[in-house]
Write a protein that binds this ligand. Structure first.
Ligand code: MLT
Length: 266
C-alpha cells in the first residue's frame, strides 16, 4: 500500500494464552459471531477477536473501507498487543481482509483459516450492485441490508425467527450505515487473490457451509485446489455462518489448524 494509512483503534476481546489466533468476522457482523470458537479455542491459544472498523464497538469513518485499509487496522491492533505473528482466520469479508494482509505483511501470518470466503474479485455487475446498495444504506439506514442478508445467510433448516437468527439480525442492523456503505464500496474495489493463495506456504484450512448461498461449495472446492496441503471441511447443515450454525465442527477445523501451526512453530 503506498502513502500513509489512517488506521483506527479497533475494539477487541482477548482470551487464553499461547499461540496468537485472530478471528475476523465478515460483513456486516461483529466479533460476537465467534463466541463459541473464542471459548473453546482459548484453552490452547491466545484468541483475539476484533470488531472491524465501523462494526460492533469499533469507530466508523467515512469513505471506502478497502480490504488493505481494514487489514492495516488489524495489523495496527496486533502491533498494539505486541503480537508480531499470528494465525489469521477470516470469515467471508474477513477472508478478503486476510488475503490483503497476506500481500501486505505475509511474514506476520503463521496459518490461515478461510471460512465461507473465496479469492475472486467482484464481477462488473456485482460492483454496480454493491455501489447501489451502499447508496441505499446511506439514504435509508442499515435495516435494508440486514433484511436482505437474512434471506441468504442461513441454511434452510435454521428458523429465521429463532433467538439466534434474531441476534444475528440485531448485529447487522446495529452496524452503522457509513460502515455498511464503506465496506460495500471497499469490497467492490478488491483485487483477485487467486495468486496470493497459490503462493501460500503456511498451514491452511477451509471451512465451507454445504448450503452456503453466498459462497457456494463449488467455489470453496475450487479455492482448495489453489492451496497445497489445505484441509477442506465441508459443513453439513450450514450456510454462510458455519461458526454459528455448526459451532463444534467449525471449532474442530480451527483446532486442527492451530495444531498444524503449533507443530510447525516448534
Ligand atoms: C460477508 O459475509 O462478509 C459478505 O457476504 C461478503 C460479500 O458480500 O462478498
Amino acid at each position: 500500500m503506498s502513502g500513509p494509512v489512517n488506521t483506527v483503534e479497533l475494539y477487541y476481546e482477548e482470551r487464553g494464552q499461547g499461540l496468537p489466533v485472530v478471528l475476523l468476522h465478515g460483513f456486516p457482523f461483529d466479533h460476537t459471531i465467534w463466541q463459541a470458537q473464542q471459548g473453546a479455542l482459548s484453552s490452547s491459544a491466545r484468541v483475539i477477536t476484533p470488531d472491524l472498523r465501523g462494526h460492533g464497538q469499533s469507530p466508523a469513518t467515512e469513505g471506502d473501507y478497502t480490504m488493505d485499509l481494514l487489514a492495516s487496522d488489524v495489523l495496527a491492533l496486533l502491533d498494539r498487543l505486541d503480537v508480531p505473528r499470528a494465525v489469521w482466520v477470516g470469515h467471508s469479508m474477513g477472508g478478503y481482509i486476510l488475503m490483503a494482509a497476506l500481500r501486505l505483511a505475509p511474514e506476520r501470518i503463521t496459518g490461515v483459516g478461510l471460512v465461507a470466503t473465496h479469492p475472486l474479485a467482484d464481477s462488473a455487475e456485482k460492483r454496480i450492485q454493491r455501489r447501489e446498495s451502499a447508496e441505499l444504506a446511506m439514504e435509508n439506514g442499515s435495516a435494508d441490508t440486514a433484511f436482505s442478508m437474512m434471506s441468504q445467510i442461513f441454511a434452510p433448516d435454521v428458523d429465521g425467527t429463532s433467538p439466534l437468527a434474531q441476534s444475528v439480525y440485531d448485529i447487522m442492523v446495529n452496524t452503522s450505515p457509513s460502515a455498511i456503505a464503506g465496506a460495500l464500496r471497499g469490497m467492490a474495489l478488491r483485487p483477485d487473490s487467486t495468486e496470493t493463495l497459490r503462493e501460500l506456504s503456511v498451514p491452511a484450512v477451509i471451512v465451507a457451509g454445504a448450503e452456503d448461498k453466498i459462497v457456494e461449495p463449488d467455489t470453496a472446492r475450487a479455492m482448495a485446489t489453489l492451496i497445497s496441503g489445505v484441509q477442506l471441511v465441508e459443513v453439513e447443515n450450514a450456510g454462510h455462518m458455519p461458526m454459528i450454525e455448526q459451532p463444534d465442527v467449525t471449532t474442530q477445523a480451527l483446532s486442527s489448524l492451530i495444531r498444524m501451526v503449533s507443530v510447525q512453530e516448534r
